[in-house]
Design a protein around this ligand. Structure first.
Ligand code: SF4
Length: 110
């Protein structure tokens, strides 16, 4: 009888530990995949952000050059091989490496 109670208690503790770990991991998993900026977002629209630098409105941004894109911008926080990365202009949302906005500045050494 005592052994059964002990086993039940251990099972309860083990299951509680697994549930707690899963609950703690959920927010971390959510952080692992930040949202992408939408071109229609207020900040994106104000900065003329496009997911593809080739689609930038040349009339509105005459100083834009096709060689300028997020991956070679000083504000891009992604790695060289990343398709998306953080940007100081967009908080926790990510921008496309091939994108562009009017805040573009040449990355040092690029
Ligand atoms: Fe891309 Fe730079 Fe504009 Fe950020 S500031 S969206 S990295 S061009």
């Amino acid at each position: 009888m005592k052994e059964t109670k002990e086993t039940t208690r251990r099972l309860f503790i083990a299951r509680a530990a697994v549930r707690t770990s899963a609950m703690l991991a959920l927010p971390l998993m959510a952080q692992a995949a930040p949202a992408h900026v939408e071109e229609s977002d207020e900040t994106a629209a104000a900065l003329g952000y496009r997911h593809e630098t080739a689609k930038v409105d040349r009339q509105r941004y005459p100083n834009h050059a096709p060689t300028q894109h997020c991956a070679n911008c000083g504000f891009f926080q992604g790695g060289a091989a990343d398709d998306w990365g953080g940007c100081a202009m967009f908080g926790r949302k990510q921008v496309a490496a091939a994108g562009w906005c009017s805040a573009w500045v040449k990355k040092p050494g690029a």
